[in-house]
Write a protein of this length. Structure first.
Length: 397
Protein backbone atom coordinates (compact mmCIF):
# COMPACT_ATOMS: atom_id res chain seq x y z
CA UNK A 1 0.00 0.00 0.00
CA UNK A 2 1.23 3.51 -0.78
CA UNK A 3 2.27 5.86 2.02
CA UNK A 4 0.28 8.96 3.02
CA UNK A 5 1.03 12.08 0.98
CA UNK A 6 1.99 15.17 3.01
CA UNK A 7 1.62 18.79 1.89
CA UNK A 8 4.12 20.88 3.84
CA UNK A 9 3.96 24.64 3.49
CA UNK A 10 6.85 25.86 1.32
CA UNK A 11 9.34 28.45 2.52
CA UNK A 12 7.83 31.89 1.75
CA UNK A 13 11.18 33.38 0.72
CA UNK A 14 11.78 30.60 -1.78
CA UNK A 15 8.30 30.95 -3.28
CA UNK A 16 8.68 34.72 -3.54
CA UNK A 17 12.08 34.40 -5.25
CA UNK A 18 10.77 31.93 -7.82
CA UNK A 19 7.68 34.01 -8.47
CA UNK A 20 9.77 37.16 -8.88
CA UNK A 21 11.95 35.40 -11.44
CA UNK A 22 8.93 34.18 -13.41
CA UNK A 23 7.37 37.64 -13.33
CA UNK A 24 10.58 39.21 -14.63
CA UNK A 25 10.77 36.66 -17.43
CA UNK A 26 7.17 37.33 -18.46
CA UNK A 27 7.20 41.12 -18.16
CA UNK A 28 10.82 42.10 -18.74
CA UNK A 29 11.43 43.54 -15.28
CA UNK A 30 10.79 42.47 -11.68
CA UNK A 31 7.59 43.22 -9.78
CA UNK A 32 7.22 46.05 -7.31
CA UNK A 33 6.86 43.41 -4.64
CA UNK A 34 5.37 40.07 -3.65
CA UNK A 35 2.47 39.87 -1.23
CA UNK A 36 0.79 36.79 0.22
CA UNK A 37 -2.28 35.74 2.19
CA UNK A 38 -3.07 32.54 4.06
CA UNK A 39 -5.73 29.94 3.61
CA UNK A 40 -7.61 29.05 6.75
CA UNK A 41 -8.84 26.11 8.73
CA UNK A 42 -11.96 26.54 10.82
CA UNK A 43 -11.57 24.89 14.18
CA UNK A 44 -15.33 25.06 14.80
CA UNK A 45 -18.35 27.13 13.77
CA UNK A 46 -19.55 25.93 10.39
CA UNK A 47 -22.35 27.65 8.43
CA UNK A 48 -22.73 30.14 11.26
CA UNK A 49 -21.15 33.14 9.51
CA UNK A 50 -24.14 33.95 7.29
CA UNK A 51 -26.39 33.53 10.33
CA UNK A 52 -24.61 36.33 12.26
CA UNK A 53 -23.03 33.68 14.45
CA UNK A 54 -19.61 32.85 15.90
CA UNK A 55 -16.75 30.86 14.44
CA UNK A 56 -13.19 30.02 15.47
CA UNK A 57 -10.81 29.81 12.49
CA UNK A 58 -7.08 30.35 12.20
CA UNK A 59 -4.71 31.15 9.36
CA UNK A 60 -2.70 28.35 7.75
CA UNK A 61 1.00 28.47 6.89
CA UNK A 62 -0.09 27.59 3.33
CA UNK A 63 -0.47 30.84 1.38
CA UNK A 64 -1.22 32.34 -2.02
CA UNK A 65 1.42 34.71 -3.36
CA UNK A 66 0.92 37.66 -5.73
CA UNK A 67 3.74 39.42 -7.60
CA UNK A 68 2.48 42.85 -8.63
CA UNK A 69 3.83 45.74 -10.69
CA UNK A 70 2.16 49.05 -11.48
CA UNK A 71 1.70 49.76 -15.20
CA UNK A 72 1.74 53.16 -16.91
CA UNK A 73 -1.78 52.71 -18.23
CA UNK A 74 -5.16 51.58 -16.84
CA UNK A 75 -5.07 47.96 -18.02
CA UNK A 76 -4.60 44.78 -16.02
CA UNK A 77 -3.00 41.44 -16.84
CA UNK A 78 -3.47 38.36 -14.68
CA UNK A 79 -1.49 35.14 -14.82
CA UNK A 80 -1.06 32.13 -12.55
CA UNK A 81 1.86 29.74 -12.11
CA UNK A 82 -0.71 26.94 -11.88
CA UNK A 83 -3.26 27.98 -14.53
CA UNK A 84 -1.34 30.15 -17.00
CA UNK A 85 -2.74 33.36 -18.45
CA UNK A 86 -6.00 34.66 -17.12
CA UNK A 87 -7.97 37.80 -17.83
CA UNK A 88 -6.59 41.02 -19.24
CA UNK A 89 -8.48 44.25 -19.79
CA UNK A 90 -9.89 47.27 -18.02
CA UNK A 91 -12.10 47.43 -14.95
CA UNK A 92 -14.97 48.76 -17.05
CA UNK A 93 -15.46 45.21 -18.34
CA UNK A 94 -15.61 43.63 -14.87
CA UNK A 95 -18.94 42.83 -13.26
CA UNK A 96 -21.17 39.96 -12.13
CA UNK A 97 -20.07 36.82 -13.97
CA UNK A 98 -17.14 38.44 -15.80
CA UNK A 99 -14.39 37.49 -15.97
CA UNK A 100 -14.93 33.80 -15.32
CA UNK A 101 -12.85 31.25 -13.45
CA UNK A 102 -10.07 32.10 -11.03
CA UNK A 103 -9.59 35.54 -12.58
CA UNK A 104 -12.96 36.62 -11.16
CA UNK A 105 -11.58 36.57 -7.63
CA UNK A 106 -8.70 38.89 -8.55
CA UNK A 107 -10.48 41.21 -10.97
CA UNK A 108 -13.40 41.37 -8.54
CA UNK A 109 -11.19 42.77 -5.77
CA UNK A 110 -9.81 45.47 -8.09
CA UNK A 111 -13.33 46.30 -9.28
CA UNK A 112 -14.69 46.49 -5.74
CA UNK A 113 -11.89 48.73 -4.50
CA UNK A 114 -12.45 51.10 -7.42
CA UNK A 115 -16.18 51.16 -6.60
CA UNK A 116 -15.22 52.22 -3.08
CA UNK A 117 -13.44 55.27 -4.48
CA UNK A 118 -9.87 53.97 -4.56
CA UNK A 119 -7.81 54.83 -7.64
CA UNK A 120 -6.55 51.41 -8.72
CA UNK A 121 -3.74 51.84 -11.26
CA UNK A 122 -3.18 49.39 -14.08
CA UNK A 123 -1.34 46.32 -12.78
CA UNK A 124 0.50 43.24 -13.98
CA UNK A 125 -0.21 40.40 -11.54
CA UNK A 126 1.22 36.88 -11.41
CA UNK A 127 -0.05 34.60 -8.63
CA UNK A 128 1.21 31.36 -7.13
CA UNK A 129 -1.37 29.46 -5.10
CA UNK A 130 0.03 27.17 -2.41
CA UNK A 131 -3.28 26.56 -0.60
CA UNK A 132 -4.59 23.16 -1.75
CA UNK A 133 -7.34 23.78 -4.32
CA UNK A 134 -10.82 22.41 -3.71
CA UNK A 135 -9.86 21.39 -0.19
CA UNK A 136 -12.24 23.62 1.77
CA UNK A 137 -9.26 25.58 3.11
CA UNK A 138 -10.25 28.82 1.40
CA UNK A 139 -7.84 29.14 -1.49
CA UNK A 140 -10.24 31.72 -2.98
CA UNK A 141 -9.99 34.10 -0.02
CA UNK A 142 -6.22 33.69 0.03
CA UNK A 143 -6.13 34.73 -3.64
CA UNK A 144 -8.40 37.73 -3.06
CA UNK A 145 -6.60 38.94 0.03
CA UNK A 146 -3.08 38.60 -1.42
CA UNK A 147 -4.10 41.00 -4.19
CA UNK A 148 -6.04 43.27 -1.82
CA UNK A 149 -3.03 43.88 0.45
CA UNK A 150 -0.86 44.52 -2.61
CA UNK A 151 -3.25 47.20 -3.87
CA UNK A 152 -3.29 48.81 -0.42
CA UNK A 153 0.45 49.41 -0.83
CA UNK A 154 0.84 50.23 -4.53
CA UNK A 155 -2.30 52.32 -5.16
CA UNK A 156 -1.69 56.07 -4.72
CA UNK A 157 -4.41 56.33 -2.07
CA UNK A 158 -4.14 52.74 -0.83
CA UNK A 159 -2.82 53.80 2.55
CA UNK A 160 -6.33 55.00 3.37
CA UNK A 161 -7.57 51.41 3.29
CA UNK A 162 -8.02 49.63 6.60
CA UNK A 163 -7.90 45.84 6.80
CA UNK A 164 -11.67 45.78 7.11
CA UNK A 165 -11.97 47.73 3.85
CA UNK A 166 -9.88 45.06 2.14
CA UNK A 167 -12.06 42.41 3.73
CA UNK A 168 -15.25 44.04 2.42
CA UNK A 169 -13.80 44.29 -1.09
CA UNK A 170 -12.74 40.64 -1.06
CA UNK A 171 -16.18 39.53 0.12
CA UNK A 172 -17.87 41.58 -2.61
CA UNK A 173 -15.53 40.12 -5.24
CA UNK A 174 -16.47 36.57 -4.28
CA UNK A 175 -20.19 37.17 -3.83
CA UNK A 176 -20.84 39.47 -6.78
CA UNK A 177 -18.21 38.89 -9.47
CA UNK A 178 -17.33 35.22 -8.84
CA UNK A 179 -20.92 34.41 -7.84
CA UNK A 180 -19.85 32.17 -4.94
CA UNK A 181 -21.77 33.05 -1.77
CA UNK A 182 -19.62 33.64 1.29
CA UNK A 183 -20.42 34.89 4.75
CA UNK A 184 -17.05 36.58 5.18
CA UNK A 185 -15.28 34.33 7.68
CA UNK A 186 -12.57 33.31 5.22
CA UNK A 187 -11.59 36.85 4.25
CA UNK A 188 -11.72 38.00 7.86
CA UNK A 189 -9.24 35.45 9.15
CA UNK A 190 -6.95 35.82 6.12
CA UNK A 191 -6.60 39.54 6.86
CA UNK A 192 -7.07 39.76 10.64
CA UNK A 193 -5.39 36.62 11.97
CA UNK A 194 -2.61 36.70 14.55
CA UNK A 195 0.22 34.20 14.50
CA UNK A 196 -0.05 31.66 17.31
CA UNK A 197 -3.74 32.38 17.86
CA UNK A 198 -7.16 31.33 16.69
CA UNK A 199 -9.57 34.13 15.81
CA UNK A 200 -12.91 34.19 17.61
CA UNK A 201 -15.03 35.99 15.03
CA UNK A 202 -18.47 37.44 15.70
CA UNK A 203 -20.11 37.61 12.27
CA UNK A 204 -22.88 39.93 13.43
CA UNK A 205 -20.44 42.84 13.48
CA UNK A 206 -17.11 41.21 12.53
CA UNK A 207 -15.62 41.98 15.91
CA UNK A 208 -12.77 39.65 16.84
CA UNK A 209 -10.86 38.29 19.79
CA UNK A 210 -7.56 36.43 19.63
CA UNK A 211 -7.46 33.10 21.45
CA UNK A 212 -3.96 31.78 22.15
CA UNK A 213 -3.10 28.32 20.79
CA UNK A 214 -1.65 27.22 24.13
CA UNK A 215 -2.36 23.57 23.49
CA UNK A 216 0.43 23.51 20.90
CA UNK A 217 3.00 23.91 23.67
CA UNK A 218 1.28 21.08 25.53
CA UNK A 219 1.92 18.56 22.78
CA UNK A 220 -1.22 18.78 20.64
CA UNK A 221 -1.49 19.48 16.93
CA UNK A 222 -4.23 19.82 14.34
CA UNK A 223 -4.08 17.29 11.53
CA UNK A 224 -5.85 18.37 8.33
CA UNK A 225 -7.03 15.72 5.89
CA UNK A 226 -7.83 16.87 2.36
CA UNK A 227 -10.20 14.11 1.32
CA UNK A 228 -9.91 15.15 -2.33
CA UNK A 229 -13.63 14.55 -2.66
CA UNK A 230 -15.01 17.20 -5.03
CA UNK A 231 -15.67 20.43 -3.19
CA UNK A 232 -17.63 23.26 -4.79
CA UNK A 233 -19.86 25.91 -3.25
CA UNK A 234 -21.40 27.20 -6.47
CA UNK A 235 -23.51 24.12 -7.27
CA UNK A 236 -26.60 25.22 -5.32
CA UNK A 237 -26.12 23.23 -2.12
CA UNK A 238 -24.52 26.07 -0.17
CA UNK A 239 -27.14 28.50 -1.47
CA UNK A 240 -29.91 26.11 -0.39
CA UNK A 241 -28.57 25.89 3.17
CA UNK A 242 -28.29 29.65 3.32
CA UNK A 243 -31.84 30.08 2.05
CA UNK A 244 -33.15 27.48 4.53
CA UNK A 245 -31.70 29.22 7.55
CA UNK A 246 -32.93 32.60 6.31
CA UNK A 247 -36.42 31.09 5.92
CA UNK A 248 -36.29 29.66 9.43
CA UNK A 249 -35.29 33.06 10.82
CA UNK A 250 -38.18 34.77 9.02
CA UNK A 251 -40.69 32.27 10.40
CA UNK A 252 -39.33 32.84 13.88
CA UNK A 253 -39.54 36.60 13.44
CA UNK A 254 -35.83 37.29 13.93
CA UNK A 255 -33.29 38.90 11.65
CA UNK A 256 -30.91 35.94 11.87
CA UNK A 257 -30.74 32.66 13.80
CA UNK A 258 -28.04 34.16 16.06
CA UNK A 259 -30.93 35.84 17.86
CA UNK A 260 -32.22 32.45 19.09
CA UNK A 261 -30.47 31.42 22.30
CA UNK A 262 -29.73 27.78 22.97
CA UNK A 263 -32.04 27.93 26.02
CA UNK A 264 -34.86 29.06 23.69
CA UNK A 265 -34.20 26.43 21.05
CA UNK A 266 -36.86 23.87 21.91
CA UNK A 267 -39.60 26.49 21.91
CA UNK A 268 -38.33 27.95 18.65
CA UNK A 269 -38.19 24.57 16.93
CA UNK A 270 -41.76 23.85 18.01
CA UNK A 271 -42.85 26.89 15.99
CA UNK A 272 -41.33 25.52 12.78
CA UNK A 273 -43.65 23.10 10.96
CA UNK A 274 -41.04 22.03 8.40
CA UNK A 275 -38.66 19.26 9.50
CA UNK A 276 -35.84 20.41 7.22
CA UNK A 277 -36.00 23.95 8.61
CA UNK A 278 -36.08 22.57 12.15
CA UNK A 279 -32.91 20.58 11.60
CA UNK A 280 -31.11 23.41 9.84
CA UNK A 281 -32.01 25.85 12.62
CA UNK A 282 -31.03 23.37 15.33
CA UNK A 283 -27.57 23.00 13.80
CA UNK A 284 -26.95 26.74 13.61
CA UNK A 285 -28.11 27.53 17.15
CA UNK A 286 -26.25 24.62 18.75
CA UNK A 287 -23.14 25.24 16.64
CA UNK A 288 -22.92 28.83 17.86
CA UNK A 289 -23.04 27.54 21.42
CA UNK A 290 -20.35 24.96 20.61
CA UNK A 291 -18.09 27.77 19.41
CA UNK A 292 -18.47 29.48 22.79
CA UNK A 293 -17.64 26.22 24.55
CA UNK A 294 -14.67 25.55 22.28
CA UNK A 295 -13.20 29.06 22.65
CA UNK A 296 -13.45 28.78 26.43
CA UNK A 297 -11.86 25.33 26.32
CA UNK A 298 -9.02 26.59 24.13
CA UNK A 299 -8.34 29.47 26.51
CA UNK A 300 -8.20 27.03 29.42
CA UNK A 301 -6.17 24.52 27.36
CA UNK A 302 -8.88 21.93 28.09
CA UNK A 303 -8.21 19.57 25.21
CA UNK A 304 -10.93 17.07 26.15
CA UNK A 305 -13.66 19.74 26.14
CA UNK A 306 -12.39 21.17 22.86
CA UNK A 307 -12.29 17.74 21.25
CA UNK A 308 -15.80 16.89 22.45
CA UNK A 309 -17.17 20.12 20.95
CA UNK A 310 -15.46 19.37 17.63
CA UNK A 311 -16.89 15.87 17.42
CA UNK A 312 -20.39 17.05 18.36
CA UNK A 313 -20.11 19.68 15.63
CA UNK A 314 -19.44 17.01 13.03
CA UNK A 315 -22.45 14.97 14.13
CA UNK A 316 -24.65 18.04 13.78
CA UNK A 317 -23.26 18.86 10.34
CA UNK A 318 -23.82 15.26 9.28
CA UNK A 319 -27.30 14.71 10.67
CA UNK A 320 -28.98 18.12 10.88
CA UNK A 321 -27.22 20.17 8.23
CA UNK A 322 -26.51 17.26 5.88
CA UNK A 323 -23.31 18.65 4.38
CA UNK A 324 -20.91 15.77 4.97
CA UNK A 325 -19.99 13.03 2.49
CA UNK A 326 -18.71 9.49 3.15
CA UNK A 327 -15.08 10.57 2.88
CA UNK A 328 -15.51 13.22 5.58
CA UNK A 329 -17.39 10.83 7.86
CA UNK A 330 -14.66 8.22 7.35
CA UNK A 331 -11.93 10.62 8.45
CA UNK A 332 -13.79 11.43 11.66
CA UNK A 333 -14.65 7.82 12.45
CA UNK A 334 -11.16 6.49 11.81
CA UNK A 335 -9.27 9.38 13.42
CA UNK A 336 -11.24 9.02 16.65
CA UNK A 337 -10.64 5.29 16.69
CA UNK A 338 -6.91 5.89 16.11
CA UNK A 339 -6.55 8.21 19.07
CA UNK A 340 -7.74 11.69 18.10
CA UNK A 341 -9.43 13.51 20.97
CA UNK A 342 -11.79 15.29 18.56
CA UNK A 343 -12.49 15.38 14.84
CA UNK A 344 -14.85 17.10 12.41
CA UNK A 345 -15.30 18.24 8.86
CA UNK A 346 -14.17 21.82 8.21
CA UNK A 347 -15.29 24.30 5.58
CA UNK A 348 -18.52 24.32 3.66
CA UNK A 349 -18.78 20.56 3.32
CA UNK A 350 -19.90 18.43 0.36
CA UNK A 351 -16.25 17.39 0.08
CA UNK A 352 -13.11 19.20 1.09
CA UNK A 353 -11.25 18.61 4.36
CA UNK A 354 -11.65 17.25 7.85
CA UNK A 355 -9.55 17.95 10.93
CA UNK A 356 -8.44 15.89 13.91
CA UNK A 357 -6.95 17.07 17.20
CA UNK A 358 -4.12 14.66 17.97
CA UNK A 359 -0.98 14.27 20.05
CA UNK A 360 2.23 15.47 18.41
CA UNK A 361 3.49 11.92 18.77
CA UNK A 362 0.44 10.35 17.11
CA UNK A 363 -0.35 12.35 13.97
CA UNK A 364 1.53 9.99 11.66
CA UNK A 365 -0.30 7.00 13.15
CA UNK A 366 -3.67 8.70 12.65
CA UNK A 367 -2.78 9.69 9.07
CA UNK A 368 -1.74 6.14 8.24
CA UNK A 369 -5.02 4.77 9.62
CA UNK A 370 -7.08 7.25 7.59
CA UNK A 371 -5.04 6.54 4.46
CA UNK A 372 -5.57 2.80 4.86
CA UNK A 373 -9.31 3.25 5.37
CA UNK A 374 -9.59 5.31 2.20
CA UNK A 375 -7.76 2.64 0.22
CA UNK A 376 -10.00 -0.09 1.68
CA UNK A 377 -13.16 1.84 0.82
CA UNK A 378 -12.10 2.74 -2.71
CA UNK A 379 -11.82 6.48 -2.15
CA UNK A 380 -9.23 8.67 -3.81
CA UNK A 381 -6.05 8.83 -1.72
CA UNK A 382 -6.27 11.70 0.79
CA UNK A 383 -3.55 14.25 1.42
CA UNK A 384 -2.39 15.52 4.79
CA UNK A 385 -0.99 18.67 6.33
CA UNK A 386 -0.34 19.99 9.82
CA UNK A 387 -2.02 23.26 10.73
CA UNK A 388 -0.38 25.80 13.01
CA UNK A 389 -1.94 29.25 13.58
CA UNK A 390 -0.05 31.51 11.22
CA UNK A 391 0.35 35.13 10.15
CA UNK A 392 -2.19 37.22 8.22
CA UNK A 393 -1.87 38.67 4.71
CA UNK A 394 1.02 41.02 4.11
CA UNK A 395 4.13 41.79 2.10
CA UNK A 396 6.50 38.84 1.62
CA UNK A 397 9.22 40.39 -0.55
Amino acid sequence: MTAPVWLPAPDPAEVAAALTAQFAEAHGEPPDGVWSAPGRVNLIGEHTDYNDGLCLPFALPHRTYAAVRVRDDDRFTLASRQAGMGWSGGLDSVGPGHPEGWSAYVAGVLWSLQRKGIHVPGLDIVVDGRVPLGSGLSSSAALECSVAVAVSEVAPDGSSLARRDLMAASIEAENVVAGANTGGMDQAVSLLAREGHALLLDCSDFSTRDVAWRIGALGWTLLVVDTRAPHALVDGQYAERRASTAAAARRLGVGALRAVGVDELDAALARLDDDVLRRRARHVVTEIERVRVAADALERADVDALGAAMTASHASLRDDYEVTVPELDTVVEVALAAGAVGARMTGGGFGGSAIALVRDTAYEQVAEAVHAAFVDRGFAAPQFLLATPSAPAGRTA
